[in-house]
Ligand binder design. Structure first.
Ligand SMILES: Cc1cc2nc3c(=O)[nH]c(=O)nc-3n(C[C@H](O)[C@H](O)[C@H](O)COP(=O)(O)O)c2cc1C
Length: 272
């Protein structure tokens, strides 16, 4: 079932795969063997940790993995990526190439998931023509709610009311910030960690997108709209049994930032 295979010509019997297995389902006889297939997390640590590329699992050959030694990004570049990322609220009126969107999603799905569930669903608006239809639909429904006095009191009425007013009076889109694309992550409610997995996936996507010149903004306004419009999740094709983690608008930025902001120091509570 999990297709755990050892290339005995390459295996040095070092036992690293058995020691590193988080589920403890590999034991060393002469060569590593799986003691309990059902207990395997499918995390592929055994494949990744083997110094000689002797382990394959789940039909994945070690040769198809990227070599890590000497290939990791330099920490200063990563620091700049984290510090230099800004929420983008001005977008060019063009599509991000579908191939790049696919590439970003196929890397973002490497983000960790609780118990390695790997169950995050990426619901994506890939074309700005579709996004424009969605924008019109959502705004029209919010206008109807507001005009009927049905926005719940408090900050929702305040924020959504403000967005509806900007749309009606200036044609300005505060909900999606005029972005040509939208990404929503969801996961089955009965997965071990759906709330966490979906946010980690989006965070990973965001940094990666930024590294490739694609701008993003976390979309809390859309999340409010989603809560207000009961048919919207189904309209987007999100399964009923899914927890929606969050949404992120993205696209080619129409703004350039020339320096980082300055934050910190971090609030730290050292346990003694
Ligand atoms: C959970 C979350 C929800 C957000 N929702 C929105 C939103 O609906 N609209 C928006 O323009 N920005 C939104 N933002 C962006 C924040 O306002 C932004 O991250 C913050 O002001 C810091 O700016 P920076 O992202 O450029 O560092 C959201 C950010 C987070 C983390």
């Amino acid at each position: 079932m999990i297709q755990f295979r050892i290339d005995e010509a390459r295996c040095t019997q070092c036992g690293e795969c058995a020691v590193d297995c988080p589920a403890g389902v590999i034991s060393m006889a002469d060569y590593p063997t799986i003691t309990n297939e059902e207990g395997c997390y499918r995390c592929q640590h055994c494949l990744a940790v083997c110094p000689t590329g002797a382990v394959s699992i789940l039909g994945r050959a070690p040769e198809a993995s990227i070599q890590l030694t000497g290939n990791l990004p330099d920490p200063a570049g990563l620091e700049l990526l984290i510090k230099g990322r800004r929420s983008i609220r001005r977008y060019r009126d063009e599509d991000v190439s579908p191939a790049l969107i696919d590439e970003l999603l196929n890397i973002a799905c490497y983000a960790p998931t609780g118990v390695n569930a790997e169950a995050v669903l990426f619901t994506v608006v890939k074309q700005r023509a579709v996004m424009n239809v969605l924008r019109e639909e959502v705004m029209a429904q919010l206008v109807t709610l507001k005009d009927a006095g049905k926005l719940p009191a408090g900050f929702v009425a305040q924020y959504i009311g403000f967005a509806v007013k900007a749309w009606q009076e200036e044609g300005k889109d505060i909900i999606f910030r005029g972005a040509p694309h939208l990404l929503i992550t969801s996961a089955p409610k009965d997965a071990p960690c759906p709330a966490q997995d979906t946010l980690i996936a989006l965070t990973t996507f965001q940094l990666l997108a930024h590294a490739r010149g694609v701008g993003t903004v976390w979309d809390g306004m859309f999340m409010m709209a989603l809560a207000l419009l009961p048919d919207l999740a189904a309209r987007l094709g999100i399964p009923e049994n899914h927890l929606v983690g969050y949404a992120m608008a993205f696209g080619e930025p129409a703004v350039e930032y020339h320096r980082t902001v300055q934050r910190g120091p971090a609030r730290v509570n050292v346990v003694r």
